[in-house]
Design a protein around this ligand. Structure first.
Ligand code: FAD
Ligand code: SIN
Length: 540
């Protein structure tokens, strides 16, 4: 058994920023566990930037309003106000840590514009914002002697009262978290990691539940699945955001074409050359919120039987394009597209999970000692549709608040180093996995099913069909899991399938269309369902 004061699961913006705040203000030992190499995270691929009110031409009220409008009646206003008002301070923190953002000729931050924003407020580092944030956070973490990071270590399960040998939880007693079972991927061994003062769940999103996604391979919804199995409350999983514009090209793996391209003047046309957004949102056109643009593209593709639409930016100067979008320019060039001359073929792809583990305004979950931050959570800020570039901001603002809360609560109530006994991981009776083809096939099947039946446009018929199939796959995987020595592909498949099932169950509960959740059999929002989150919790 390994012991630490604070265990952080995940090394994206949420986990790293949280760890740094704790290290800065306490003497606690922090262990960060991450499943691949340290920078591999959604954070690292973020392009557009971080939304925040950074000058007097903008206002908190405007950013709040834009967020609430995009969220389609489901945002928690208190959380949104915190997000917006504390945002500029956290961006300053990032700059103090060494993050270099793009500036104009006068040295002021260059602020971009994205869909749904009424002002220029996107702080960015050209089109590589996430890489710069991750770089600056990782280098600060590397310098901190209190923080240890273990790469290629995979969190399998949270340790709660169920794994305690010395204590029987009474009915109605809140569940507590004591650490996690961690798989050392190189040694193939699972060990108990005990966290004496608290656990932070910062494992990011779940894009890999879908066949086409902008997310890297690590985004398999592990935190949502672990949280659910441990008894954490999960909410609003039906709101999966599809980014309107990912590159359509053989082998491009849904590479993101940032919304900042539309913010800079990019125009969408169908293959007949028609600027179709005039039909779907004549006022905001290409800069309407994402749910509207993604649905418009989907409708246009179905109407015309085409595989992609075209995003043109070539009316801007080549020098400006190369300067502002060097990453997108280079990537498209690899696929034979010169974006200074040619339009970019694009399609929507799964991008962001607005729902997740429910937290309060201090990152606390309903499980004692378990905090959660970043994309794994449902804090209330995104409602039924996240406003562009609000998620990096959310990960910073709420991980900062969680760190404060943990430090304050330890001051008020210093925990004794309680000696508790936890069950070691038991793999007796398990065998090495032989049926690799089964794991690969099932992962593909779940992803295809979710893409075909639980995508941008849904219906009760398709959701029920997918629920039946997912339930069966889930039962088979659970049986296989119990008799097989665990590996990352098996654990990821188990989590992807559970999260897929939870998305479908949430979607079936919401008998209306709202934000990102569009149902053909309930095409309108129902006023009675505004402000109502879709809650799922496992009976423990
Ligand atoms: P991540 O950054 O995803 O970090 C999660 C970490 O957890 C990773 O280190 C991962 O390896 C680790 N992990 C996961 N499971 C386990 C496990 N079982 N055991 C151990 N470790 C685990 N948002 C914006 O605001 N602006 C943008 O411009 C923007 N652009 C984006 C572009 C792309 C292509 C993508 C994919 C997302 C973009 N987003 C953007 C969304 C934003 O990047 C994410 O929501 C945000 O970075 C999430 O941060 P996080 O720390 O919560 O999760
Ligand atoms: C983008 O650059 O379009 C992504 C922004 C986001 O997901 O917030």
């Amino acid at each position: 058994m390994r012991e630490t004061d604070i265990l952080v699961l995940g090394s994206g913006s949420a986990g790293l920023f949280f760890a740094l705040q704790i290290a800065k203000r306490t003497k606690l030992k922090i262990l960060i566990i991450t499943k691949k190499e340290r920078s591999e995270s959604n954070t690292n691929y973020a392009q557009g930037g971080i939304a925040s009110v950074m000058n007097s031409l903008d206002s908190y009220d405007a950013h709040i309003q834009d967020t609430l409008i995009a969220g389609a009646g489901l945002c928690h206003e208190d959380a949104v106000r915190i997000l917006v008002e504390e945002g500029p301070l956290r961006i300053q923190d990032l700059m103090d840590l060494g993050a270099q953002f793009t500036r104009d000729k006068s040295g002021k931050l260059h602020l971009g514009k994205e869909g749904g924003h009424s002002a220029h407020r996107i702080v960015h580092t050209r089109d590589l914002t996430g890489k710069e944030i991750e770089r600056s956070l990782l280098s600060a973490v590397a310098e901190h002697p209190q923080i240890t990071m273990l790469e290629d270590h995979y969190a399998v399960e949270l340790l709660t009262d169920h794994q305690r040998i010395d204590h029987q939880r009474r009915a109605n007693e809140p569940i507590s978290c004591y650490g996690a079972y961690i798989l050392d991927e190189k040694k193939g061994r699972v060990e108990v990691v005990r966290a004496r003062k608290g656990v932070m769940l910062a494992t990011g999103g779940a894009g890999q539940v879908y066949l086409h996604t902008t997310n890297p391979l690590i985004a398999t919804g592990d935190g949502i699945a672990m949280g659910y199995r441990a008894g954490a409350v999960i909410a609003n999983l039906e709101f999966i955001q599809f980014h309107p514009t990912s590159l359509y090209s053989e082998g491009a793996k849904s590479f993101l074409i940032s919304e900042a391209v539309r913010g800079a003047g990019g125009i969408l046309r169908n293959q007949a050359g028609e600027r179709f957004m005039t039909e779907y949102d004549p006022e905001r056109l290409e800069l309407a919120p994402r749910d509207i643009v993604a649905r418009a593209i989907d409708a246009e593709l179905k109407r015309r039987g085409e595989q992609y639409v075209l995003l043109a930016i070539s009316h801007l100067s080549a020098a400006k394009i190369k300067k502002e979008f060097p990453n997108i320019y280079e990537k498209c060039k690899q696929f034979g597209i010169d974006i200074t001359k040619d339009p970019i073929p694009v399609v929507p792809a799964a991008h962001y999970s607005c729902g997740g583990v429910v937290t309060d305004l201090h990152g606390r979950t309903n499980v004692k000692n378990l905090y959660a931050c970043g994309e794994v959570t449902m804090t209330g800020v995104h409602g039924a549709n996240r406003l562009a570039s609000n998620s990096l901001l959310e990960s910073l603002v709420f991980s900062f608040r969680a760190a404060n809360d943990l430090i304050d609560s330890l001051k008020k109530n210093p925990k004794e180093d309680e000696k508790i006994k936890l069950v070691e991981w038991d793999e007796s009776g398990t065998e090495n996995a032989e049926e690799w083809v089964v794991i690969e096939h099932d992962r593909r099947e779940v992803q295809q099913l979710m893409w075909d039946y639980v995508g941008i446009v849904r219906s009760t018929y398709r959701l029920k069909r997918s629920e039946r199939r997912l339930k069966l796959i889930s039962e088979e995987i659970e049986a296989y899991y119990r008799k097989t020595r665990v590996t990352v592909p098996l654990l990821e498949l188990r989590n992807i399938t559970l999260v897929a099932l939870l998305i479908v169950r949430s979607a079936l509960k919401r008998k209306e269309s709202r934000g990102l959740h569009y149902m053909t059999d309930y095409p309108e929002p129902k006023p009675a369902m505004a402000k109502k989150d879709t809650i799922l919790q496992k009976k423990i």
